[in-house]
Structure formats: structure tokens, C-alpha cells
Design a protein around this ligand. Structure first.
Ligand code: SF4
Length: 420
């Protein structure tokens, strides 16, 4: 029964399902050519009126009932972010319902599903070898295996499609891609040139060039026709935010001594022989490679929160560790790749958290609270050994692909819909 059909009816028992924000109430106005500001100004019905009508229907429906069951789902969908409806929160906090004759209970139901694990029989093992015979094993795939081997199986072996969230605003990944594209185009003309503070100030002054690089990056990533003359609405906010991050990145670069950008988005790969039967290629794209103080500096841009403090290199590899150090693992894997091709030059890893403003203090990896400024001397022996052991586990028949024990890793996993 729809909400409108319940008007003027009274029920002893009421069950409302999908009482999620975004579904009930919808929280979105009906499509209209009249913008909100004009509707408000001329006292036409707005989203506020729509919400208050549905609030009335809801409270009238439950007012006379003896037993009320309200259900909402934590599952993400194109209509809902898995958040309970504001009407449930109102009941939770309203003094009206603290009456001792009314009992409110909030219960969380979860599916009791059997643990999932995939045994590597001979056929599956052959399939894994065949896949990585033709396909490069990326640092991100290695990190996926480290976080949850079952997720690695779903993504890279079973090759299941990851369901895409249909949203009006760009995802964190798209946001990162726009930044990567734009900063790459801005710095491209300066590769293999010595970059100093004065040059960086000049780059910052060329606002039209920076703007154009951002428009082109947005057009490419969002598949939209965007340029200076037609950008509007939410895209203006994206543009301004990306520009702020780019300015911040260039200003941070100006804090360094002279350096040279050797490459941007460089494809690199290394052959690795695990045993007489298995040889694979590990590889990926390095965001930026610089030469600074006779060291090769690998910069990996990150849009998320800093997760760059580790106590021991071994901590990166223990899947039973609660913390997730995927940023560090991926960057050190890029260092491993570069080290193999860099002709004994030391490699300096740097994680650039682009949302962290005006400081460089957070941009390195901290090993036991000390900034890590050399892959070659401080990390290489232990990291290389453990990385190869981890990769070997992918092909180890005795090790099943199984669910991670740490359910917080499932929160943003595309496969959680059928896995958890
Ligand atoms: S939902 Fe959790 S356990 Fe399942 S594949 Fe994803 S991360 Fe692994």
C-alpha cells in the first residue's frame, strides 16, 4: 500500500519498509523549470512543503497504531545512501515518545551468511597462471590481495564487474583522476628542465593555462563538454576545488630545492620469476618521477586521509593487522619497480595528500616516527622479501581466497552486496 492510500485509514499494526532517507522522504523536489529561489520568493510549493506533507502522512499513520515496525536498509543504492529516514531519528529523540506507555526498540538485523572461501584446485590455479601470464599484476591488485584475498579473486580472477554508483557528483576516484590529469598537463612542458621557486611562481601566474588544463581534465574524466564559457552549477565547485589543490601542490613543490621532473604517468614493469613454472610481470603507472639531490623521488598523489605511519615494514603484509596501510604498500611497490630499473640510484618515496594544505610535514612515509628518505638503504631488503612472499601466496595452492576478518574493509567494497 502506498503512503497516499493510507490517508484516513487506521491500523493496529503498521509495518513500513525501506524507511530510508532518499526514499521516504525523497528529499528531492519534483523536476521543475522554476528554480528553488524563485519558488521560495513567490511562495510557490518547495521541497519543504513536500517534506512536511509526507511528515504529516507518516505521523498520522502511526498515531493510532499499537505496534509499529519501521525497517530501513544499510545497503547503498542509486536512491539511498543506506541512511535511516529522518522520521526514525525524530522518533528516537522526540520527547513525545519518552512516555512510559510507549516502548521503542532499535534492532540491527544482519544476514547470517556462511563464510565464503575459494579453494585453489588445479583448474583454478591454471586459470590464475593464464591470467597473469598475459596481464600485468599492478601494485593496486597486490594491495587488494593483501587487504582481502577474496576481493582479489572476485576482481581479478572471476573478473566480476564492480557495480557503479549512479550519482550526480563525481566519486572520490573521478575527483582524483581529474586532479591527476590536470597536474600532469600543467607540468608536462617542464619535464627534464630544472625547476626552481621562480619557475614555479611563473607557472602559478599563468592562470589561464591552469584553468584550461582543469577544463580539459574535467571534460575527459566526466565525459562532458566543459569549457570556460559553459561551466555552471556543481561543476564550478569541482573546478574551484581542483584549482585549490593544484595551487597547493605547486606551492608545496616551491618548498623544495631545485628538482627535475623526469617523467609523468610513466609506465613501468618488471619481470619476476617466482619458481621454474611461474613468471609474471609486475607494473603500473608512476604518477611522477623527479630527480632531487641525486635521488629519484617517486610521488604518488592521494586524495584520501593520510595513512602513512608504520612501525615496521612487516606491518604492511600481515592481513590480520587491523590498520590498512595500502597507500604505503602501493608506493613502496612502485619504489621496488623503479629500483629494478634505476641503475642503483637511491629512491625516495613521497605520498602527496593533496587535501593537506600548506605543509610538507605529512607527505612522507614515517617508519617508527622517522621520515623515510631512502628506499634503498632502509627498506629494500625486508620489503622485497616480503613482497615476493605475498605475490607467491596468490599462486600457492594451499592458501584459499577468503574473506577478510576486518569488516571495516568491506565498507567500501563493491562486492559487499553479496559477500557480507
Ligand atoms: S565484502 Fe569484505 S570480505 Fe567480501 S570481498 Fe569485499 S572486502 Fe572481502
Amino acid at each position: 500500500m502506498g503512503m497516499l492510500e493510507t490517508r484516513l485509514l487506521h491500523f493496529k499494526n503498521v509495518y513500513i519498509i525501506s524507511l530510508n532517507e532518499g526514499i521516504f522522504p525523497k528529499g528531492k523536489p519534483a523536476p521543475s523549470f522554476i528554480p528553488y529561489s524563485l519558488r521560495n520568493g513567490y511562495e510557490l510549493p518547495t521541497i519543504k512543503h513536500q517534506d512536511s506533507i509526507f511528515s504529516y502522512y507518516f505521523h498520522r499513520l502511526i498515531a493510532g497504531a499499537e505496534n509499529i515496525t519501521l525497517l530501513y536498509s544499510k545497503q547503498l543504492s542509486d536512491k539511498s545512501k543506506g541512511e535511516k529516514s529522518r522520521f526514525i531519528s525524530q522518533l528516537e529523540y522526540s520527547p513525545k515518545y519518552t512516555n512510559k506507555n510507549i516502548s521503542l526498540q532499535f534492532k540491527l538485523f544482519s544476514r547470517n551468511s556462511e563464510p565464503i572461501s575459494i579453494i585453489k584446485d588445479d583448474a583454478l590455479l591454471e586459470k590464475i597462471k593464464k591470467i597473469f601470464n598475459c596481464k600485468i599484476l599492478s601494485p593496486s591488485a597486490i594491495s587488494n590481495f593483501n587487504e582481502c584475498s577474496l576481493r582479489f579473486y572476485f576482481k581479478y580472477i572471476a573478473q566480476l564487474d564492480e557495480p557503479k554508483q549512479l550519482t550526480e557528483i563525481p566519486s572520490e576516484g573521478e575527483f582524483g583522476s581529474i586532479f591527476h590529469e590536470a597536474i600532469c598537463s600543467i607540468y608536462k612542458p617542464y619535464t627534464n628542465k630544472i625547476i626552481d621557486k621562480n619557475l614555479l611562481q611563473e607557472i602559478l601566474k599563468k592562470e589561464d593555462t591552469i584553468d584550461q588544463c582543469i577544463y580539459e581534465a574535467m571534460a575527459k574524466v566526466l565525459s562532458l563538454e566543459i569549457n570556460k564559457s559553459n561551466i555552471s552549477g556543481y561543476n564550478v565547485l569541482i573546478f574551484r576545488t581542483i584549482k585549490k589543490y593544484i595551487t597547493n601542490t605547486i606551492q608545496k613543490d616551491a618548498l623544495d630545492d631545485n628538482f627535475t621532473i623526469i617523467s609523468l604517468e610513466e609506465k613501468t614493469s618488471v619481470e619476476l620469476t617466482l619458481n621454474e613454472n611461474i613468471s609474471i610481470t609486475i607494473g603500473g603507472y608512476l604518477d611522477r618521477v623527479d630527480l632531487i639531490n641525486n635521488k629519484i623521488r617517486i610521488i604518488d598523489y592521494k586524495t584520501g586521509k593520510p595513512k602513512n605511519q608504520i612501525t615496521l615494514i612487516e606491518d604492511l603484509f600481515y592481513s590480520n593487522k587491523k590498520e590498512n596501510f595500502s597507500h604505503v604498500l602501493q608506493l613502496l611497490t612502485y619504489c621496488y619497480l623503479k629500483d629494478k630499473t634505476a641503475n642503483k640510484t637511491d629512491v625516495l618515496p613521497e605520498l602527496r595528500y593533496i587535501k593537506q594544505f600548506n605543509t610538507k610535514s605529512n607527505d612522507c612515509i614515517f617508519l617508527d616516527h622517522v621520515p623515510l628518505n631512502s628506499y634503498y638503504t632502509s627498506v629494500k631488503p625486508v620489503f622485497e622479501k616480503m613482497l615476493i612472499e605475498l605475490i607467491s601466496d596468490i599462486f600457492n595452492k594451499e592458501i584459499k581466497f577468503c574473506q577478510t576478518e576486518h569488516t571495516q574493509r568491506c565498507e567500501y567494497c563493491s562486492f559487499a552486496i553479496f559477500c557480507r
